[in-house]
Design a protein around this ligand. Structure first.
Ligand code: SAM
Length: 286
């Protein structure tokens, strides 16, 4: 395998094709083989697996995935990268490249078609400008996925993994932790990419649950409560929810549910665990 992860090989490919980085697509290509090996190791891809790669760039990580997986599907938005990928991946017959915006793709249909609906392993060095919509799209649409191993901005990885009491705790933490067990695998400094991003990065692995860790009567209502209580940080949960014009619950309803849970009516959303939000929802919808 011609490892593109070595800086000189990446530069050679970029020069050969006179490639211009597009900032709007969040293009920061990995040039550190040890980081690539960490990501591939954490993803635990075997010859039984289909790997779905989001944003293959010039195919650096894709080469590793093609070696490990039975099948790889890579979705890349930038059409200028397609001829490059066809070149760098020409020795593999287990790769399908799709020139599309990942946010516009019907992933359920893709996984059903390409992997008979069996869970796939998602691996990516994500474009940072759309990390949250990509991850939430994968989780909320219930696409069959076993795990998601991704490079993201360090701060976003922290938000996904943290719990109550941290300044990073919020709606993203709760949404991710409802669907998956998060684990930060590595911190990655800017000099592992070309061009260098302005922020630090981290690799995080999300192992999806077969069944969520809490039981809730109405999942989407719980997430509306979560968003309402974090929209108004430093406000009480009671105010956050009763001030939200889209939610049909007043102060008295919220107070009753909180007291039934044995909580104070002045409690703040940022102290609530996922279990608390689930039982709050169940009490309120009783
Ligand atoms: N995987 C490569 C690597 O590690 O070197 C490239 C990673 S780079 C951070 C992100 C990649 O995602 C770029 O190739 C970019 O063109 C692509 N991309 C950006 N927005 C996308 C979208 N909406 N759908 C699919 N790919 C996208």
């Amino acid at each position: 395998m011609a490892s593109l992860g070595i800086p000189s090989n990446t530069i050679e490919v970029l020069q050969k094709y006179n490639f211009n980085f597009q900032k709007k697509f969040g293009q920061n290509f990995l040039i550190e083989p040890r980081v690539l090996e960490r990501i591939i190791g954490a993803a635990e891809i075997t010859k039984d697996d289909m790997a779905l790669e989001i944003g293959p760039g010039i195919g650096t990580m894709t080469q590793y995935l093609c070696e490990q997986a039975r099948k790889v599907v890579a979705v890349e938005i930038d059409q200028n990268l397609i001829p490059i990928l066809e070149d760098t991946l020409k020795e593999y017959d287990n790769i399908t490249i799709i020139n599309q915006d990942i946010l516009k793709l019907d992933l359920m249909e893709l996984v059903t078609r390409e992997n008979e609906g069996k869970p796939v392993k998602v691996v990516a060095n994500l474009p940072y400008y759309i990390t949250t919509p990509i991850v939430m799209g994968l989780l909320e649409k219930h696409v069959p996925i076993a795990s998601i191993t991704i490079m993201v901005q360090k701060e976003v990885a922290d938000r996904m993994q943290t719990g109550p009491g941290s300044k990073d705790y919020g709606a993203l933490s709760l949404a991710v932790q409802y669907y998956a067990k998060p684990e930060i695998v590595a911190n990655v400094p800017p000099n592992c990419f070309i061009p260098r991003p302005k922020v630090g990065s981290a690799v995080i692995r999300l192992s999806l649950y077969e069944k969520p860790p809490v039981e809730v009567k109405d999942e989407s209502m719980m997430f509306r409560f979560i968003r309402a209580s974090f929209n108004q940080r430093r406000k009480t949960l009671q105010n956050g929810i009763s001030n939200d014009p889209t939610l049909p619950y007043g102060k008295e309803d919220v107070k009753e549910a909180l007291l039934a849970m044995g909580k104070s009516e002045t409690v703040r959303g940022e102290t609530f665990t996922l279990e608390d939000f689930a039982s709050f929802t169940n009490f309120l919808l009783k």
